[in-house]
Design a protein around this ligand. Structure first.
Ligand SMILES: [Zn+2]
Length: 50
């Protein structure tokens, strides 16, 4: 199961950016900002209450 959907977003305009994590040269297509923040995949709180 591949449930790792880690995305990136621009630190300037907060535009969502789809990139390969392998590619290190990431530039925002919107403002050409080079400061990209890595978004955390949504953590699911799987608490088994049994
Ligand atoms: Zn931007």
């Amino acid at each position: 199961m591949s449930d790792t959907m880690a995305g990136y977003k621009c630190a300037k305009c907060e535009e969502d950016i789809d990139v390969d994590p392998v590619n290190e040269k990431i530039i925002c297509p919107r403002c050409s900002g080079r400061v990209i923040l890595k978004k955390r995949p949504q953590e699911r709180t799987t608490v088994k209450a049994e």
